[in-house]
Design a protein around this ligand. Sequence first.
Ligand SMILES: Cc1ncc(COP(=O)(O)O)c(C=O)c1O
Length: 384
Amino acid sequence: MTLTLPINDSKRLQLPPLQIPTRLLLGPGPSNVHPVVQEAMNAPIVGHLDPAFLALMDEIQTLLRYVWQTDNQWTIAVSGTGSAAMEAAIANATEPGDVVLVGVNGYFGNRLVDMAQRYGADVRTIAKPWGQVFSLDEIRTALDTHRPAILALVHAETSTGARQPLEGVGELCHDRGCLLLVDTVTSLGGVPLLLDAWEVDLAYSCSQKGLGCPPGASPLTMSSRAVEKLQQRRTKVTNWYLDMNLLMKYWGSDRTYHHTAPINMYYALREALRLIASEGLAQCWQRHQQNVEYLWERLEDLGLTPHVEQEFRLPTLTTVRIPEGVDGRDVARRLLNEHNIEIGNGLGELAGLVWRVGLMGYNSRKESVDRLMKALGEVLPKTV
Ligand SMILES: Cc1ncc(COP(=O)(O)O)c(C=O)c1O
């Protein structure tokens, strides 16, 4: 029997098969992934409740605890990008009316403010110029002034390239009955981070930066203190998809269906984490540090200056001041078009003032720096 239905074919695009350029991704993320991680995404799909997949979820949890240096039982990967994990941290920890104190010294501090406000928090802020960080004394004073239920800080501000020191902050928070929430999106895997030793209660990250994986499966962890606050809520978590009470029924021993996990993304995350574990976390941090120091030296050779004071510079992302009279966007455009290299332009307050160069995960290699420097040497006006 031939089926004749009144189909309107006028919007049927006839396209060639997909073709994507191969770029060297040295911007703020995503960054290129190890071939083993790329390959893992091609493994056959299994069901999200298949015993093989459930075993893989357990492995991801164990590996995440390792890269975060935590024993937190509630450690999972959220199906979504870093912002989903960020929203999960806020949604689960915040009840309407809670005082949430946010350290704002860049673009992502502002995103935390926006999210916490949407969940009904009484948001207070402390601010610093973009590229600077908060001292322990400044944090202590702000905690005493605002008496928050949660202090939220960005460990690695991708918009500025600054690393917020966290040693001692958790203790200050806990002495005052406050939880410490930390954005580790641009630090996990590439920047020393000791969650339990630093008494961090809630942390989230992404897959596409220091972990060297495509975007889409984002780590989230909660300490027993944070879980206790969640369990004592007067109100339901207002975001169904990100409610950890429900998610833990899937990630924990119940294995109750919650959502259909993006199976192949989790294969990639498992492999990316396995590669870090086989390299060794300390070695992985060391590699990021060595390669970024090489980048800083080579930038100096070209007459370029990082924006952040050396002590607080991130190993994963460097903001580089655009010299006077140079069109920063044009340089970035030419690197992409003529050399297949992506770097980032400045964001927010630093738009037009800096480039953002990422050396993250698989891309934290001397060859990446050499290729970028050769291209920059060709693209930069000769007066620099
Ligand atoms: C510090 C920080 N927090 C949060 C995010 C949001 O992550 P995503 O873009 O994966 O949603 C980013 C993204 O770059 C980031 O750099």
